[in-house]
Design a protein around this ligand. Structure first.
Ligand SMILES: *Cc1c(COP(=O)(O)O)cnc(C)c1O
Length: 393
C-alpha cells in the first residue's frame, strides 16, 4: 500500500480532536505541496499576463501556460495541444459547448445517461434542447441497446463515471453507435480524469470536459477538449485574445485554442493543472490506479457486507464514489455524526436529482476516494457507520 497523505498538508490536521478522514473527493480533492508551490512560485517570480506581451515575464508566463496545455493534451491523448482549451471547469466547458452548438440544438434533442450531474443537463436545456435519458437497468447501467436515436438527436452527452454511484459508463459502446449516426459526443470526465486512463482518440468523442479542482489542481479552472473537426464552431465567448480582425461591422476569430479562450484566463490555475499532472505521473498512473482500486473495492465490499446498509448502483466497472444509506436513518444525520468523528463525507442529491428520482430516494451518503486514501480510512468509515447505527438502535 502506498501512503501519499504526507504530500497533502491539509490532511495532517485534526478535526474535533480526531484524525481527518477526507472522503469527499468527488466534490473536490485536496492539493499536494507540489501544486501549492507551483502556484505560489508562479505568483512570486514569474507572473504576468500571457500571449500579447513582449517582455520577459510575459514570455515566461506564456511558456508555462502553453506547457500546461501540452501536459493536459498528452494526458488525454489529444492529437494536438490546440484541441485543448482552458475553461473555468467542467460546468464552464459544457456550457461553452452548449452555447456554440445552440443553433443546431434549439428545438432538438440531447441524449444523456440516467446518472448525469446537473451540469450535463441544464446547459442543454438552456440551449433550447430537450434532454432525453438512455434507459437504465436496476443496477443503473445504461442500456445502450435501447438508445433512442431520432432525426432530432443532435448530440450525445454522457458522463464517464457517475459522481454519485461511481459506476463507469460504457462510453466506447455509445461513441460507436453515435458514429454510425454521425452524431457528436461530449464526455463529462469530471469523475474519471483522476481515476482512469483516458484517450480521446480511443474513446472517439468530440468534446471532453473536466475540472482542475477534482484532480488535485486549483478551483476555477478546467479543460475542454474540442476535436479538430469542430475547429470552426462559433466561439461561445467573445473578447480579447481570440480575434483575428475586429471592426464595428463584424469580427473574425483566430483558430483554436485561442478561439475558445477569450479574455485573460486563469493562468495560475492552468499551471496548477500542469503541476497536478506532473505529481500524478511522478508517482505513476498505474500505481495510483492499482492503489485506488484496492481501497475502493475494499470500501464497497465492507459496505455491502453490512446488514442495514443499502449500497446503490452496480456496474461492471466502478471507481471513485460509493453511495449508500443506513436503514431508517436520514443521510443528513449520518453525515453529521460522521463529521463529529472527523470523517468528511457528502450527503444529499449530489447534483443528480433525476438519478435520485429513478432510485426512489431523496439523497444518499457518499464516500469518495482519492489517491491519498487508505484501507485504514475505510476502516474508520465502517467503524463510524457502526457507531451511527448504535446511536439509533
Ligand atoms: C463535479 C462535477 C461536475 C461539475 O464540475 P465543476 O467543477 O463544479 O464545474 C460535472 N460533472 C460531474 C460528473 C461532476 O462530478
Amino acid at each position: 500500500m502506498i501512503n501519499l497523505a504526507k504530500d497533502f498538508p491539509i490532511l495532517a490536521q485534526k478535526v474535533y480532536g480526531n484524525r481527518l478522514v477526507y472522503l469527499d473527493n468527488a466534490a473536490t480533492a485536496q492539493k499536494p505541496n507540489s501544486v501549492i508551490e507551483a502556484m505560489s512560485d508562479f505568483y512570486r517570480t514569474e507572473y504576468s499576463n500571457i500571449h500579447r506581451g513582449v517582455h520577459y515575464l510575459s514570455e515566461i508566463s506564456s511558456e508555462k501556460y502553453e506547457e500546461a496545455r501540452k501536459k493536459a493534451s498528452d494526458l488525454i491523448g489529444a492529437r494536438d495541444p490546440r484541441e485543448v482549451t482552458f475553461t473555468s471547469g467542467t460546468t464552464g466547458s459544457i456550457n461553452q459547448v452548449a452555447r456554440s452548438l445552440e443553433p443546431s440544438l434549439r428545438g432538438n434533442e440531447v441524449l444523456v445517461t440516467g446518472v448525469e450531474h446537473h451540469s450535463n443537463i441544464v446547459p442543454w436545456q438552456l440551449a433550447g434542447a430537450k434532454v432525453k435519458a438512455i434507459p437504465m437497468d436496476e443496477d443503473c447501467n445504461s442500456l445502450t441497446g435501447s438508445m433512442e436515436i431520432t432525426d432530432r438527436t443532435k448530440l450525445i452527452a454522457i458522463t464517464h463515471v457517475s459522481n454519485v454511484l461511481g459506476s463507469v459508463n460504457e462510453i466506447r459502446e455509445i461513441t460507436e453507435i453515435a458514429k454510425d449516426h454521425d452524431i457528436p459526443v461530449l464526455v463529462d470526465a469530471a469523475q474519471s480524469i483522476q481515476h482512469l486512463p483516458i484517450d480521446v482518440k480511443d474513446i472517439g468523442c468530440d468534446f471532453l470536459a473536466f475540472s482542475g479542482h477534482k484532480m488535485y489542481a486549483s478551483t476555477g479552472v478546467g479543460v475542454l477538449y474540442t476535436s479538430y473537426r469542430f475547429n470552426d464552431i462559433t466561439p461561445a465567448i467573445g473578447g480579447g485574445g481570440m480575434i483575428d480582425k475586429v471592426t464595428f461591422e463584424g469580427s473574425t476569430y483566430l483558430p483554436p485554442p485561442l478561439r475558445f479562450e477569450a479574455g485573460t484566463p486563469d493562468i495560475a490555475g492552468a499551471i496548477s493543472i500542469g503541476a497536478a499532472i506532473d505529481y500524478m505521473q511522478n508517482i505513476g498512473m498505474d500505481k495510483i490506479r492499482k492503489h485506488e482500486h484496492e481501497v475502493y473495492s475494499y470500501a464497497r465490499d465492507k459496505l455491502l457486507e453490512m446488514d442495514n446498509v443499502t449500497v446503490y448502483g452496480n456496474a461492471i466497472q466502478m471507481c471513485g464514489a460509493v453511495s449508500f444509506n443506513l436503514e431508517n436513518i436520514h443521510h443528513y444525520d449520518t453525515g453529521l455524526i460522521l463529521d463529529k468523528m472527523g470523517i468528511a463525507v457528502r450527503t444529499g442529491h449530489h447534483c443528480a436529482q433525476p438519478l435520485m428520482r429513478s432510485l426512489g430516494i431523496e439523497g444518499t451518503v457518499r464516500a469518495s476516494f482519492a489517491l491519498y486514501n487508505t484501507k485504514e480510512d475505510v476502516d474508520m468509515l465502517i467503524e463510524g457507520i457502526k457507531k451511527v447505527e448504535m446511536m439509533y438502535s
